[in-house]
Design a protein around this ligand. Sequence first.
Ligand SMILES: Nc1ncnc2c1ncn2[C@@H]1O[C@H](COP(=O)(O)OP(=O)(O)OP(=O)(O)O)[C@@H](O)[C@H]1O
Length: 311
Amino acid sequence: MISVKQLCKRFGQQMAVNHLSFDLSPGDIVGFLGPNGAGKSTTMKMLTGFLTPSSGEISINGKSLETDRISIQKQIGYLPEGAPAYGEMTVIQFLHFIADIREINGSRREQAIRDVVSKVALEEVLNKTIDNLSKGFKRRVGLAQALIHDPDILILDEPTDGLDPNQKHQVRKLIQMLSKEKIVIISTHILEEVSALCNRVMIIAEGEKRFDGTPDELLKRSNAYNSVHLHLSYAADISGLDELDGVKDMLVDHKTGKVTLIPEPGVSIVHLVSEYIYQRRLPVDQMTVEGGQLDDVFRQLTAPHAAEEVA
Ligand SMILES: Nc1ncnc2c1ncn2[C@@H]1O[C@H](COP(=O)(O)OP(=O)(O)OP(=O)(O)O)[C@@H](O)[C@H]1O
C-alpha cells in the first residue's frame, strides 16, 4: 500500500508537484500521464526516496518514507528512463553487480538471478555486453535489475519507449504477468499503453492531479464518447437525425458518405439512431459507436488551468 498525502516539491519559485494525494493498493497498475514538465519524474523520484519532498507525506506499507527510507527502498524496483548504466558489463556481470547492491548473497543469489533471467527471457544474451544489445533486450535488462529482489512496488519510467511493436507487446505482457500482487506505476507518453496495460490512470499537469480513475472512466470523459458513425451507400435525406433526442451535433462528409452524430454529454443515442434508420429505411451499410479518444480527453484534462473545471 502506498499512501501519498498533500505531496509538494518546490524548486525555487516553481511548484513542480503541488499538493498531490493518492492511495495505491497491490494489483494497481497505474498509468502516470502528463505533458512534459508536469511533475511525473519528480513524483517518482520522491516515491523512490531519491528526492526529499518540500512538504507532505509518503508512507509505504504503513512506514513513513521520511523515517524508514532504507527499509522501504528494499521493497521498490525502479526502471529509470533509457538504457541501464554500465554498458561495458555483460548481462550476467551486471545482474551479479545489482545482486551485490541489493545484498542478495549465497544460494539466494543464484536462485534470484535464475528466476529473473527466466521471467524476463534473457537466457540467450547472458554473456553479451550490454552496449551491444538491441533496445528491446536493453529494456529487459533494465526490468531484470528492477525485479531481481522481487519488490512489492515497481516504478517504471517509460518502459516501452523506443521498442518496436513486437517488443512492446512482450514487455507489456511481462508487466501484466508480474503485477498481480504488486503495485506498478508506469510513466508513459504513449496513451494506448494505458488501455493495453493499466487498470488505473492518473493524469497530472502543472504538478496537480487532474484525473484518477479507470481507463474506461477516462474514455467516458472524451467529447467523442458514444458518438455514432454511419456510412451511407448512396445519398438520402438524413436531416431528421440531428433532431433526435440527445443528439448534440451532426457532421456530414458528403464525399465519403460518412456521418458522425455527437451526443449530449453522458447520453447514449445508439438505440434512437438505429430505430430511426430502420423506420426510414436509410441506406446505412456501416454503423459503429465510438469508444472515446484518449488524445482528445488528455488534451482537455491537461489544458492550462483546467483543474477547476475537471476536478
Ligand atoms: N532538479 C531540478 N531543479 C529545478 N527544476 C526542476 C528540477 N527537476 C525538475 N524540475 C522542474 O520541475 C518541473 C517538473 O519536472 P519533471 O521532470 O518532474 O516533469 P515530467 O512530468 O517528468 O516531464 P517529462 O515528461 O518531460 O519527463 C519542470 O518544470 C522541471 O523543469
